[in-house]
Ligand binder design. Structure first.
Ligand code: FAD
Length: 395
């Protein structure tokens, strides 16, 4: 039998690629380092560009069963607590972009993608398999080495290798000249509450508070039965862990000068987890020979445009559109994928960096920012997002 297309990583990008590529006619083998799907992580924002992709591959319906749909993003000043701006989402976003703006628990989205992938006989998913390396044999065939959980090394042939193994990608390390992930000097503190622990008035929307060297994002997940809070601060801490225990009192000290409503919310969770924010500069090549990187492995970005998962999902659909089972020149098709994605991804990455700078302003710059926000109409704020949210996957 012909060698399968192998995807390293069953995260958001890898599982989306499994579904999209098998729908395009490929036989797909997904190899995932973790021993099972787990509940690690919390909320992810799924903007309309991502939802359009999920709809196209038949996963949106399942995601809608567990996701929440916020009515708006409400931006507030951390010092005064006053409202600065409102960006409409809900039915207005659906009408504007032809797809909803959703908030999902990462584990719910991953499960929906996993179930869909498993429904195709042409997809096999093996857990407990870590990608280690690749080689090209004398006949030009691509060979891969994986390590199983019992420590055994396994080799197999692949038609194509898709590196969807996240920000600390091992596949990326095997490509020549790609940059490595860099810690950003910022940390995200994360907590999840039950809906009955928060004021019902904030359950409908995404909240964004802007303060000096810090901002706060909160939103409902799991059909408004749970509430996700992420506090983002400048901090010189770096570990490759998505869920390191965080010190609650250190966090509360950082926000001691914030408005009472924000402080009250931050004081509610008994415990916090944290992860160090990293980026991968979208500089080196994502495609070399029969290997290609997608998602965070290629271009991890700061979460300040809430587009990390969306870009991984978009990548998967574009990859499936350029690579059919009949493609004779695979290397060329993978380079085409890279050309089609690079400019957009780089622009989104820059927007996320710029948002980080704007969100954390202080002094006169913050006053200027707040004045501009207060004077901006909801329509003009929505229009600024059109180039991101209005993107449509190739059919
Ligand atoms: C456990 C976890 C929790 C997260 N929690 C959040 C969160 O709460 N909020 C948020 O905004 N973002 C979170 N993220 C990041 C977010 O999922 C990604 O930024 C985004 O979805 C892009 O997806 P991706 O597929 O490129 O990478 P990821 O979704 O990170 O998936 C990468 C996958 O590759 C696997 N992998 C890694 N190395 C190997 C290897 N050598 N061989 C085989 N498999 C490998 C990983 O186990 C993982 O399943 C989390 C990521 C992970 C892995």
């Amino acid at each position: 039998m012909n060698a399968p297309l192998v995807i390293a990583g069953a995260g958001i990008g890898g599982l989306t690629a499994a579904v999209a590529l098998t729908r395009a006619g490929h036989r797909v083998l997904v190899l995932e380092r973790a021993s099972a799907l787990s509940e690690v992580g919390a909320g992810l924002q799924l903007s309309p560009n991502a939802c359009k992709c999920l709809d196209q591959i038949g996963v949106l319906e399942a995601v809608l069963k567990t996701a929440s749909a916020p009515e708006a993003i409400r931006i507030r000043s951390a010092r005064s607590g006053k409202a600065l701006a409102r960006i409409p989402l809900g039915s207005e976003a659906s009408a504007r972009y032809g797809a909803p703006y959703l908030l999902s628990h990462r584990a719910d989205l991953q499960k929906a993608l996993y179930d869909k992938a498993r429904s195709f006989p042409s997809v096999e998913i093996r857990f407990g398999h870590s990608f280690i390396g690749s080689y090209v044999d004398e006949a030009g065939n691509l060979g891969l080495t994986f390590q199983a959980e019992d420590g055994r090394n396994l080799t197999l042939q692949a038609k194509v290798l898709v590196g969807a193994d996240g920000v600390w990608s091992r596949v990326r390390e095997t490509l020549n000249g790609h940059a490595t992930a860099r810690f950003s000097g910022r940390t995200a503190y994360r907590a999840t509450l039950r809906a009955d622990q928060v004021d019902p008035g904030i359950l409908r929307d995404t909240g964004l508070w802007l303060g000096k060297d810090a901002h706060l994002v909160h939103y409902p997940i799991r059909q408004q039965s749970a509430f996700n809070i992420v506090a983002l601060v400048a901090e010189d801490w770096n570990e490759q862990d998505w869920s390191a225990p965080a010190d609650r009192s250190t966090l509360l000290r950082r926000f001691a000068q914030w408005a009472p409503d924000a402080r009250q919310l931050l004081e509610t969770p008994d415990s916090w987890l944290k992860w160090a924010l990293c980026g991968v500069p979208a500089t080196g090549h994502w495609a070399q020979g029969k290997t290609v990187l997608i998602g965070d492995a290629a271009h991890a970005m700061l979460p300040f445009a809430a587009q990390g998962a969306a870009m991984a999902i978009e990548d998967a659909l574009v990859l499936a559109s350029v690579l059919t089972p009949e493609t004779a020149d695979i290397a060329n098709a993978l380079r085409t994928f890279e050309r089609q994605r690079r400019e957009r991804v780089r622009k989104v990455q820059k927007t996320a960096e710029e948002n980080g700078r704007i969100y954390h302003m202080s002094g006169p710059l913050a006053l200027g920012r707040d004045t501009v926000l207060r004077m901006s109409s909801p329509e003009s704020l929505s229009a600024r997002m059109d180039w991101i949210y209005g993107w449509t996957p190739p059919s």
